[in-house]
Design a protein around this ligand. Structure first.
Ligand SMILES: NC(=O)c1ccc[n+]([C@@H]2O[C@H](COP(=O)([O-])OP(=O)(O)OC[C@H]3O[C@@H](n4cnc5c(N)ncnc54)[C@H](O)[C@@H]3O)[C@@H](O)[C@H]2O)c1
Length: 418
């Protein structure tokens, strides 16, 4: 069986330094790794992972290797793999099938290579691994015991599978843990999306009309950080409560058709399709920047720009200029793929520390627990709370504990107005 396919094994030393840097900022996962190395809770089990191949994912893979697992890994996006990190991982013994810039065909070839290892537990980011396993490799369903899912879009797809009776094994929705989405989706995506936009363009954000499509966990973070850089943030939404929240946070809220006319920078983070369409692009200002931080490249669909444009030029890495028939130029970042991973390095290690601590503990939970019903499960509360506690400890933040009197008070109904 082919053991790996990466871009260039000679990049491994650089990758190793990056992983070391990430590990220094991931104290919770480091603690779990030390325990796993002693206890070997995943000894001889095979894990199949489809995750963005970043330095933080590499440290998670090292944690699993330390636990005694066999790890097969592919990237969860054709543009997000860090080639030096992939090289280091392959050298360390993870069966790695990942390189930056893949065709859709190559991407799914890698997914199938991971499945060739017949994983007992799958770790997915976007549900492509689970989707391929169910549709093209259903013979493996007899082997799989469970899986985890990292992101909102993946959880949505899995819940749709569950509803249709299509889901054949249990998945823990890591995304839904508080210690994941409150921090990773909000502060991680907030910071790294701006990082991606700046690395791709180096434009000044102060004073720009910065349109955020979707005011969910990611959108809130992006809006917050763009505000911090002095941008005038405009939010578009379809959910009335979230639109109201944006308005009360002092942001302008309007339909995308109106925002299209005034925006300088557009970022989608909805998990939805066709958020910015042809009719919006045609009304945009000359020079408008379009970026996406949602999971798939369907929010700002490049096909519309291709159809509208008379010419296209690559200006610099991760920045394409489309000249429209009306003479205006629009700039698409990172081909409409996750801008924070394609044009920057993804989330900072400190937030991935919590996301991947959840991944590690949920994988251990799946390995130790009897086979569960084929449903989408939330992360066990004890794991979520443990990750929060360990992170606080690592940050040397102490908090109060309830007194016995307070515990009694909070559990009774008799005491009211005094
Ligand atoms: N870039 C990253 O690293 C990263 C990290 C985490 C999540 N994600 C992805 O980002 C996307 C959003 O995740 P989330 O956790 O914020 O989800 P969420 O469900 O919290 O928020 C999505 C928001 O988008 C809104 N929305 C849906 N369709 C819309 C439309 N047509 N126009 C405007 N608003 C619309 C929804 O009402 C909702 O408020 C998902 O695809 C998720 O997988 C990316």
């Amino acid at each position: 069986m082919q053991e790996q396919r990466i871009k260039d094994p000679s990049l491994a030393p650089e990758g190793r330094l990056k992983i070391e840097w990430a590990s220094k900022h991931m104290p919770v996962l480091a603690q779990i790794k030390n325990r796993f190395a002693k206890e070997k809770p995943l000894k001889d089990l095979t894990l199949g992972a489809c995750l963005h191949v970043t330095k933080e994912t590499a440290f998670l893979a090292e944690t699993f290797l330390a636990a005694g697992a066999n790890v097969a890994l592919c990237g969860s996006n054709p543009l997000s793999t860090q080639d030096d990190v992939a090289a280091a991982l392959a050298e360390e013994g993870a069966k790695t099938f990942a390189w930056r810039v893949q065709t859709t065909q190559e991407y799914y070839w890698c997914v199938e290579k991971v499945l060739d290892y017949k994983p007992l537990i799958t770790l997915d980011d976007g549900a492509d691994l689970v989707g391929t396993l169910h549709s093209k490799r259903s013979e493996l369903l007899a082997v799989v015991k469970g899986g985890t899912e990292e992101t909102t879009t993946g959880v949505l797809r899995l819940r749709a599978m569950e509803k249709n009776g299509a889901l054949k094994y249990p998945i823990i929705a890591v995304n839904d843990a508080y210690t994941k989405h409150l921090f990773d989706n909000r502060y991680g995506t907030g910071q790294s999306t701006l990082d991606g936009i700046l690395r791709a363009t180096n434009v000044l954000l102060a004073g720009k009309n910065f349109v955020v499509c979707g005011y969910g966990w990611c959108g809130r973070g992006i809006a917050l950080r763009a505000q911090g850089m002095g941008a005038n943030v405009i939010v578009t939404e379809v959910n009335p409560t979230r639109a109201l929240e944006a308005a009360m946070n002092g942001l302008r809220v309007m339909p995308i058709a109106d925002a299209a006319v005034v925006g300088d920078v557009f970022v989608t983070a909805t998990g939805d399709t066709d958020v910015i369409r042809k009719e919006h692009m045609q009304r945009m200002k000359d020079g408008a920047l379009l970026a996406n931080s949602g999971h798939f490249n369907v929010e700002v669909n490049p096909k519309y720009l291709e159809e509208l444009a008379t010419s296209k030029r690559n200006i610099r890495p991760n920045l394409d200029e489309y000249t429209l028939k009306n003479g205006r130029r629009l700039y698409l970042l990172a081909e409409g793929r996750l801008v924070n991973l394609a044009a920057a390095e993804g989330h900072p290690s400190e937030v991935m520390d919590m996301s991947f601590a959840n991944q590690a503990l949920c994988t251990e939970h799946l390995a130790k627990t009897d086979r569960m019903e084929p449903k989408v499960y939330t992360v066990p509360k004890v794991i979520d709370e443990k990750v929060a506690k360990l992170k606080l400890d690592a940050m040397q933040i102490r908090i109060d504990e309830l007194t016995e009197e307070q515990k009694r008070y909070l559990a009774t109904w008799e005491t009211g107005t005094t």
